[in-house]
Ligand binder design. Structure first.
Ligand code: A2R
Length: 311
């Protein structure tokens, strides 16, 4: 059986399917680098440079996740390694996470829940009023597969939808070629671009200032897209009103300053983390690897590697 290198964790279902066709080796153990033909990894661990260099005969690196900014695709292409990811199967889940972050922030559900649970309702009376999430102006930063799913779900809330991407799309939403201009025109920004150098600190102090003292920043993309130090400072100064975040620059570290703010909602990068969606993602990872074994082709190559996939 061909040799597969496992970087990071895989689910039991993935292991069961993979073990039928591969001998699995783990990256922390002694592994026969020359024999490795396939690699399974994830969007957090990627494929470390020394591993890629050691696995000279690797043909495929299949990543569990849609974002692959942790993988050096140029280095993979140079070595003929096809990188795959898991687009589409997580669109609805990540979109739901974004909507839940927005609703939680606007409606103060976390403090309301604590008010009910702690007995404060009986003791002190009603919880404070919150802000309505209906009829808001929302700017989606990155209107791709997930961004479009977010827009669809927002329609249920009578949202006026704006977006910023590098090129305008054929959609009935308001396009802003300039991100600061969009920030000034909306109540909420939802970040859902890929990570990596092209989007690093796209949301900077200027964007946060334009979003303003009543504005809300939501991030379900990558921590690197937002300048976290500028975010903390804008929230501390009251230049930005609220933030609701699923991703951070130094995961799993979250700045203490954010943890202490009541106008901030924090999640531990759970955008796609349901049994159903993770199972679909795991299946797609395995489908990519098995398809390569059976046909030489993969199912969902990342765009940078698509030319390596035989026609
Ligand atoms: O810029 P465009 O027209 O290529 O639109 C893409 C946009 N985007 C950007 N927008 C502004 N400035 C940039 N530098 C920039 N780079 C990319 O992000 C497109 O509308 C969107 C990405 O869409 P998809 O490739 O379909 O990605 P998907 O599946 O929606 O996932 C987005 C990210 C993942 O990479 C993970 O980091 C996270 O969501 O889960």
């Amino acid at each position: 059986m061909p040799d597969l290198l496992q970087i990071g964790g895989i689910t039991d279902d993935m292991r069961t399917r993979l073990e039928e066709r591969f001998t699995i080796h783990k990256v922390g153990d002694d592994y026969p680098a020359d024999a490795i033909t396939h690699i399974v990894t994830n969007g957090h661990d990627g494929v470390p440079g020394p591993v890629l260099e050691a696995c000279k005969n690797a043909k495929v690196a299949a990543s569990y996740g849609v974002g692959y900014d942790a993988i050096d695709t140029d280095a993979c292409v140079a070595r003929g390694v096809l990188v795959t990811h898991t687009p589409d199967v997580l669109n609805e889940e990540v979109a739901t996470t974004a909507i839940m972050l927005m609703l939680t922030s606007y409606r103060n559900f976390l403090s309301d829940e604590a008010h009910a649970r702690s007995g404060a309702w009986e003791r002190d009376g009603n919880a404070p009023l919150s802000r309505s999430a209906d009829g808001r102006r929302v700017g989606i930063l990155g209107l791709g597969r997930i961004g479009l799913a977010i827009a669809d779900k927002l329609k249920a809330f009578g949202t006026d939808i704006h977006y910023h991407t590098r090129s305008a799309k054929d959609v009935p939403y308001t396009y802003h070629a300039n991100l600061v201009d969009m920030a000034a025109a909306v109540d909420v920004i939802i970040c859902i671009t890929p990570g990596g150098p092209a989007t690093h600190h796209l949301v900077n102090a200027d964007v946060l200032n334009a979003l303003g003292a009543e504005g809300t920043l939501i991030n379900v993309s990558r921590g690197s897209v937002v300048d976290e130090a500028a975010l903390v400072s804008a929230l501390q100064d009251g230049r930005l009103g609220y933030a609701a975040l699923d991703v951070f620059e130094e995961e799993p570290k979250i700045p203490d300053a954010l943890k202490s703010m009541s106008n901030v909602v924090l999640l531990p990068h759970v955008g796609s983390a349901t049994h159903e969606t993770r199972a679909a993602m795991g299946n797609l990872v395995v489908d990519n690897l098995l398809s390569h074994l059976d046909t030489g082709r993969v199912v969902t190559p990342v765009p940078e590697c698509a030319h390596l996939n035989p026609a």
